[in-house]
Design a protein around this ligand. Structure first.
Ligand code: GSH
Length: 201
């Protein structure tokens, strides 16, 4: 399988964490693909017209995106435990995945805006508010995160927090969300997270 990949993308990181957890990394051929909102990538678009990563091309040519779909596919392939099949654990995991992904969406749009010559201040303020409030809610859920078996919800939240460390270090989120920080300190010890820390280049 061919994965359009970048060491910087937190959504790609979700897929790679799943692959590590599921013992599937050897099955993935990583293709370094640059995906930038303002520069559609023709080579990537041949597989995904949305020009986004992660994009997974299966051996029979069928193409999967986006990260929730690819993560679930890998979990099915390995008959893994990362997606609880039913009941409240299922919805809790999917909600945390949506929460982590949504937090990432806000952070990435925030970063794009702050890099413009004249950022729109109300937009920056709105992203800052959403991120602050999300951290507050996740902090209140740190106990629940620690209680249930590690899965896709934990992966998405951890990748979002890892992205804050990578691109928004100045936020100092740990002071604002100490219980979440303690949870993250433990989860970050997993080899799957250690081996997928974002790097420039
Ligand atoms: N919802 C998608 C988001 C993927 C995404 O936005 N990836 C970024 C890279 S971090 C991207 O490809 N951006 C290029 C673009 O938006 O044109 C997912 O979960 O896979």
């Amino acid at each position: 399988m061919k994965l359009h990949w970048s060491p910087k993308s937190p959504y790609v990181r979700k897929v790679m964490v799943c692959a590590h957890e599921l013992g599937l990394t050897e099955r993935l051929e990583l293709v370094r693909s640059v995906a930038a909102m303002l520069q559609p990538n023709a080579r990537l678009m041949a597989d995904n017209p949305l020009s986004k990563i992660p994009t997974l091309v299966l051996d029979d040519g069928f193409v999967l995106f986006d990260s929730p779909v690819i993560c679930e596919y890998l979990n099915d392939l390995a008959r893994g435990p990362l997606f609880p099949a039913e009941g409240s654990h299922k919805w809790q995991a999917l909600r945390w995945q949506a929460f982590g992904d949504g937090l990432l969406d806000a952070l990435i749009l925030w970063r794009n805006e702050r890099e413009r010559a004249q950022p729109l201040v109300p937009l920056i303020d709105a992203f800052a508010l959403k991120v602050r409030q999300s951290l507050e809610v996740l902090d209140s859920e740190a106990g629940a995160l620690a209680e249930v078996p590690f899965g896709i919800g934990h992966i998405a939240v951890a990748c979002a927090l890892g992205y804050i460390d990578y691109r928004f270090d100045a936020l100092g989120w740990r002071a604002q969300a100490p219980r979440l920080a303690a949870w993250m300190a433990e989860v970050a010890q997993r080899p799957s997270l250690k081996q997928t820390e974002p790097v420039d280049g």
